[in-house]
Design a protein around this ligand. Sequence first.
Ligand code: ADP
Ligand code: MG
Length: 680
Amino acid sequence: MAGKPTSGAARKAPAGLEAFERLGIRSEIDLLLHLPLRYEDLTRIVDIAEARAGESAQVEGVVRSSVIDVRPRRMLKVEIADGSGVLSLRFLHFNPAQARQFSPGMRVRAHGEVRSTLFGPEIVHPRYRLVTDSTPVPRQLTPVYPSVAGIGQGLIRAAVAKRLGRLDLPETVPPEPIARLALPRLDQALKLLHAPAPGVSMAAFDDRSLPEWRRVIFDELLAQQLSLRRARRSRAALKATPLGDGAWVGRLLSALPFALTRAQQGAFAEIARDLVGEQPMNRLLQGDVGSGKTVVAALAACQAIGSGAQVAMMAPTEILAGQHFAKLAPWLEPIGVRVGWLAGSMRESEKKAVRAAVLAGEVDLLVGTHALIEDSVQFMRLGLSIVDEQHRFGVAQRLSLRSRSDLLAHQLMMSATPIPRTLAMSYYADLDVSVIDELPPGRTPVLTKLVADTRRDEIVERVRQSVAEGRQVYWVCPLIEESEALDLQTAIDTHAALAAELDPIPVGLVHGRLAGADKQAVMRAFSAGDLKVLVATTVIEVGVDVPNASLMVIEHAERFGLAQLHQLRGRVGRGAARSVCVLLYRRPLSPAARERLRAMHETTDGFEIARRDLLQRGPGEFLGARQSGQSLLRFADLERDVELVEAARDTAAAMEGICPDLVVAHVSRWLGDREDFLKA
Ligand code: ADP
Ligand code: MG
């Protein structure tokens, strides 16, 4: 920690387990796996005269003077000399005790970036300690650990050093794969990572190509693979009700106003086959925005209902769930399906009535939001649960919906976000995937234009034109994450401004704070064409379906994530008319924002977008890891470590047969109580 003598922190009484727990450290192995962020080289002391400006250096000298300046602001300035020259240490934050330490004659060892000034070299906010002329220099690089307030580096270093001193870490991986990958033993790897000898390439640490790093990453991935295999086996032992009656499926197919695409047929055939089985289905239906997943889900629901089961369908937002309801009811009710609706915004008495009907078996398909799991909904005979946009739900939520009855329900998840290959091999190894890889006929790809917001007037003119041609328009305002209130205000202001500019064109407004019924009313008016322009926050992000809308304007597009922009853009291009998506951006653009906008301009392919998104942001988004609050892989990077993912997968398969006790030891070392989360 800057400005604090590290030796002092180490001498303090242990801050207790509680402090370490805040770092997620509960056991010896947790501590050993608390690996440094970076290292400082304190093994060398250079002469002050040789310390080069702009570089990090460690110097040692005797205090000549120590003064507190007040201009231009209060700071402590300590001059030290080592015979070759004089250097100033400058502290902007310091306490009186610290200032008193530096009495003339004291010996100080200081480390930091050297700057050259008119008055000679100086280090601002050095890390330092008081030493004697016989204090040894460390022989290893000094680790800098991830930490939180109240836990000094010294405390962590001391705890780790103590454990490393008497390290007894039995190997939990058979020697063969370790030898093939040319990796060191785990105990040796950890020793080196905590205390590397000087001269090791820092680049190999940073890109984690060092064999010691790769060993840790491999072990982590192996634990994940073993755990996934275990989850798959325990699922195979579970029973679900076979749902094999296809009569209602036929009814829906003949009632639909269109024929299924080849890809939809293929995906449904796979789902239908799963439903017939005694094992609970665990399948992801993946298809780009607009590819027609809903009808496939409806067919699955028909097969379940025709076989005597109830079906739950859950979507992440009320608007999306409402759209599903609005789409499914007219398809399903005429063929005899009783469709129910449950959402958080309903009155308690209404909810109660729906819950009673569900429990009595009087509802065949229940559509809704989180309310489906948050409230105590009991089904009479739940046979299938369908989760739309599954990556937007937390892992725990998904688990909860699945375990709603004694027999496990079959589960179908839907997502427009493709799973990158490495994720498919790791987190989703336990999941069967069906892909809809073609759009329904008669669509024209959306044209994406990047326009600086200085040309907003032209875009408003364009909106007017579109409406004159009988088309409808979405105008999306960004979500301002820091402030929901500000966010709302922006949408309200934008709506007022556009309504005035476009007068007399009817302009609607929908945002997250509207009550459910009001939201539905606005959406209905837009669907019916009574509203021509819809100003919206990202509540329209998923699932909204108005084919006549052919222009979308996204304000401050630079603030959106790539997946989000892709989802939004998917709201247009649903009819036969040529659709346009205008990304209004404001300069200056960060390099990441520039990349995102470029990607949007260059491709409409959901897979390519997902790939670029993963490169930019890492896999967390795909996993719902944010919601679950668990970061499941700490060291591995699924893009970078593909080779290790594959090796871990093969090793996991081999280990189960030959060394089941190592499997147990390895999984408990790495996952402890976190294992449940991997089963989702
Ligand atoms: P998504 O996969 O994004 O959820 P939807 O299920 O909402 O897509 O389908 C998008 C639109 O395409 C809907 O209006 C739906 O009725 C329509 N659609 C789905 N399948 C077909 C098809 N085979 N032919 C024509 N239109 C279809
Ligand atoms: Mg959808």
